[in-house]
Design a protein around this ligand. Structure first.
Ligand SMILES: [Mg+2]
Length: 159
């Protein structure tokens, strides 16, 4: 197979589906106090959806963050994207989301901050913003977007 046809083949393959989620003030407050609506919605996601966490947290908070995900049985603990000390959080989020948008079909990005929105929009990813007053609607919207993209017959039952 030539290099060109190999590239064509790679491009024609369907990309895995993913959602991107911010952590602080989206999934939890005060580092590890869960926002229950968010945690429940994420834990209930169809298992065919890959979850990536794009966070302003530094690498040093990995252990605590993994513990939080484990405590609440949240998917995607391998997909934590911490902010390197030499980058601004805006630059970090923008770069990671651009890369994820190439590798995945990103259904939606969820966050609480302008920075999350700017990075998502720049990568061409639909964005929904959480706030205290719109928590239920936001996560219902995420579930709706996911349901629209995952055909019922392909849904994986989570164990
Ligand atoms: Mg946040």
């Amino acid at each position: 197979m030539s290099e060109a046809s190999l590239l064509d083949w790679a491009r024609s393959r369907p990309k895995p589906r993913a959602i991107i989620c911010d952590i602080d003030d989206t999934l939890c407050t005060g580092f590890d106090c869960p926002i229950l609506t968010a945690v429940k919605a994420l834990a209930a996601l169809d298992r065919s959806i890959v979850v990536h966490y794009v966070t302003a947290r530094p690498e040093g908070s990995r252990a605590g963050t993994e513990q939080f995900l484990a405590d609440h049985r949240l998917p995607g603990w391998r997909n934590l994207h911490f902010c390197p000390s030499w980058k601004s959080t805006r630059q970090h989020k923008t770069e990671v989301m651009a890369r994820l948008a190439r590798e995945y079909q990103v259904v939606v990005s969820v966050g609480d901050h302008d920075e999350d929105e700017a990075a998502s929009v720049a990568a061409g990813i639909p964005f929904v913003r959480v706030s205290d007053d719109t928590l239920e609607q936001t996560w219902a919207e995420v579930a709706r977007l996911v349901a629209a993209i995952v055909p019922p017959e392909s849904r994986e039952v989570s164990g």
